[in-house]
Design a binder for this molecule. Sequence first.
Ligand SMILES: Nc1ncnc2c1ncn2[C@@H]1O[C@H](COP(=O)(O)OP(=O)(O)O)[C@@H](O)[C@H]1O
Ligand SMILES: [Mg+2]
Length: 357
Amino acid sequence: MKPLPPGSVIGILGGGQLGRMLASAAARLGFDVHIFAPEDSPPAARVAAMHWQAAYDDESALREFADACDVITYEFENIPVQSVDFLVSIGAVVRPGAASLEKSQDRLAEKQFLNAIGIETGAFAEVSSVSDLEQALKTLGRAGILKTRRDGYDGKGQVRLKSGDDLAAAYADIDEVPAILEAYVPFEREISVVIARGADGSMAAFDPSMNDHAGGILRTSIAPCGLSDDIIARARTMAEALARETGHIGVLALELFVLEDGTLLANEFAPRVHNSGHWTPEACLTGQFEQHIRAVAGWPLGPVTRVFDAEMHNLLGEEALAPADSYDKDAVLTLYGKRDAKPGRKMGHVVARTGRA
Ligand SMILES: Nc1ncnc2c1ncn2[C@@H]1O[C@H](COP(=O)(O)OP(=O)(O)O)[C@@H](O)[C@H]1O
Ligand SMILES: [Mg+2]
């Protein structure tokens, strides 16, 4: 596919805040954006040229959407792989392709894939019954995190366990769905690498950020991450291998645990722009949203040079109703336009530029 000229239509599967910020970045480059999402008036649809409101498996709606779009991308990883396969089968260009999506939807397949391409993870075991769980907890060192294989986000679908806990109750807590048990990783800090791979195979990684979570939800990302050049180089190499091996076109994010001795263990990856990259538009020459649009449009990637040190804070639930109280006045505010400020829901974020890079 030739680079798309301005005025072309970029379709996005998914209507959340990531789609909203992608749509804004695309508009700035002269593209029109069509959002395909089942919800009524989701955040992304309210900044886009058009909203196709239909179920992700509605093939006649997908067909019309494909006819209207020059390229199609996605903004969240729980789009059915079959929908992407269908779009490709009728001749649509979908970037990134189904491979990245498929690998990231299932925590078991994801970890096996990461290990197979030489990216180390913590120890894990498949859990399909209480007796699997019992056995896994013994093997993995008596403390672990039980996670549903599919559909988890923001720490949802996870139960922390140690030996002596009621395992039947824990498995019932996640509705006895297919799961994995992960050994608890005693990390020194968490970082992520947000990387873009262009249609020509070129790659550009942002400086890794250090990420702080509370209750499984990202609260803060800080760049630079404060680690040695050697660790940063290894983190980038891992993200590059992942982008290359999935044949990814667009942005992806690799979440890593950093151990005391500098060992890096992959936690998970997202085949899309990522919350831990929300500082990039304010701190780098090209932000993650513009970069993703450049990649899927077949444009050259932009320079990812970091101009500022930065701190990104998420605004959760009611924090976003009075944002002026939650950040200092020099910070840059982004609100997602969500109508219901449920506790813990990501409603917006602020980015403080804390110094010159
Ligand atoms: N095996 C683990 N050991 C230690 N902490 C973990 C482990 N798995 C997850 N966590 C903590 O929980 C957070 C959320 O878990 P994650 O697997 O990334 O799920 P989600 O898909 O909800 O982001 C991680 O960023 C980390 O802080
Ligand atoms: Mg995560």
